[in-house]
Design a protein around this ligand. Structure first.
Ligand SMILES: [Zn+2]
Length: 260
């Protein structure tokens, strides 16, 4: 008789926790979030119908899992939350892990901002020690406005975040990049960086020659925005990038195979 309340209360509490978790993880995307994706996010619009649902759920979970901070008087809107989340989900769409748990805070500035540590103005940064990603909103929007110019701040910074997360072993989400795929990509990337640094003609901008992380971030911008040109320019590097990210966005590929 003494145990009766426990027999009833404990399973009921567990049931409530389970129900909350289920609701948190599986409830559909908010309707107005979906509208924002439809209006402003080309990658989402181009996805085959069966992949739209998974993309939406990942965006909704990413938004729920992060805290967004408006800087210098900027007010955070749902459009900001959804579009920033969408760039992260796009980069990680081929992986099981997409939450980038190391980065719990997203700081959004109205425009380029001054960093006291680097003494420079930045458009965006990824700072794993502070668990944060910084983005300037006008540059972020500029990147989205032309989805074919190979310049996209959101994709650039989220690629840095994804690559760092892959290497940081302090949480459950790491080592999702296949080491063999990475080794092949690295070999081809170094050769292309050398070409850039010799000032030879390349599809990638000069900044991509800075180091491997910048090459990855800059080439991923081109991978998603100038997909056909990338494939025509360097098919082996294009395929290596597909294997690295486990997705192939080439829009006119006959079978539209997005996830590989
Ligand atoms: Zn960078």
């Amino acid at each position: 008789m003494f145990l009766t309340p426990f027999i009833i209360v404990v399973p009921y509490a567990l049931y409530l926790v389970f129900r909350y978790n289920y609701w948190y993880n599986h409830r559909p995307i908010e309707k107005h979030y979906k509208l924002i994706l439809e209006r402003h996010y080309a990658y989402y619009r181009d996805l085959p119908i069966e992949l739209k649902g998974p993309f939406e759920r990942r965006v909704a979970l990413f938004v729920r899992g992060k805290t967004y901070y408006g800087q210098h008087g900027l007010e955070i809107t749902d459009e900001m939350r959804v579009l920033v989340a969408a760039t992260a989900v796009q980069i990680t769409f081929g992986f099981k892990f997409f939450q980038l748990p190391r980065f719990s805070k997203i700081f959004i500035y109205p425009k380029k901002y001054f960093n006291q540590h680097t003494k420079k103005h930045h458009k965006g940064e990824v700072y794993p020690m502070g668990k944060l990603i910084r983005l300037s909103w006008d540059n972020f929007l500029h990147g989205l406005k032309d989805p074919e110019d190979g310049i996209n701040l959101g994709l650039h910074e989220m690629t840095h975040a994804m690559s760092l997360e892959n290497r940081i072993k302090s949480n459950g989400a790491h080592s999702y990049i296949d080491p063999q795929a990475h080794a092949l990509w690295r070999k081809l990337a170094i050769a292309e960086m050398e070409k850039i640094n010799r000032k030879e003609k390349s599809l990638f901008r000069a900044y991509a020659g800075t180091n491997l992380e910048e090459f990855l971030a800059c080439s991923v911008e081109v991978f998603f925005e100038q997909t056909q040109q990338f494939n025509d320019y360097h098919p082996a590097l294009y395929q290596a990038t597909c294997r690295l990210l486990k997705q192939d966005p080439l829009p006119n590929k006959s079978n539209r195979e997005y996830l590989i």
